[in-house]
Design a protein around this ligand. Sequence first.
Ligand code: SAH
Length: 252
Amino acid sequence: MLSSDPQNLLSKVRIVLSNPSHPGNIGAAARAMKTMGLSRLYLIHPKKFPDPEATARAAGADDVLRQATLCATLDDALSGVVFAVALSARHRNLGPERLQAREAAPLILEKAGDGTGDVALVFGNETAGLSNDEVQRCQRTVFIPANPDYSSLNLGAAVQLLCYELRLAAYGGRPPEVTKTVPFSSPPASGDDIERFYAHLERVMVRTGFLDPSQPKRLMPKIRRLYGRAGLERDEINILRGMLDAVEKRVS
Ligand code: SAH
């Protein structure tokens, strides 16, 4: 894990969308960011913003949209930024050094951890991508190593992948997990419950003819050992007794 606090590192990352045409993609980007713990969205000349389509696609991440910074130029969006990368699937002559997204993520966070300013990931327009001038303004080109015959991702999807790589890198490959689990187990059964179950089981075994009370052998101690190993829970006792009830009904 990088030395700085992961959340603090992620809070230094700006996601810059240059000239986005579709408000839906802006919403999708906001959602992608928030799911990965990022929050700072910069929009250069969005065609339509704010827009209900953006809010709808953001789902619960409309706070990211509300706090988005609107900029007139890329220079505005990069003011106070110490390290910027241009996201582009295309190979450009004389462009900055190219890195795959996975190798770029730790480098971007390292620059964020320097403490001298923010870092930025710059994404292009849905149809035109980034201009050469915009790419030149950045220190690296970063690409998602997609299918070479069809390498252009949807803008929101590209933002999602980069934010995911940053999150993984910030947490040294193992981000904290969602801890809100639905409890599956029930409380342990009480000793009384278990004794009533054994009595019920014995009664049913006798009534079905499986257990001969005049020749019990070591059946009940063996049954006790078996269920003792299981560490029965209250719900499980209820299931077992329900089954015994059903058997009893049939034999009566
Ligand atoms: N037709 C455009 C692609 C636009 S996709 C072009 O040829 O450039 C919108 C934006 O998503 C791109 O500008 C880029 O920032 C990002 N993107 C999409 N696919 C990508 C990939 N494989 N690698 C890096 N960025 C990508």
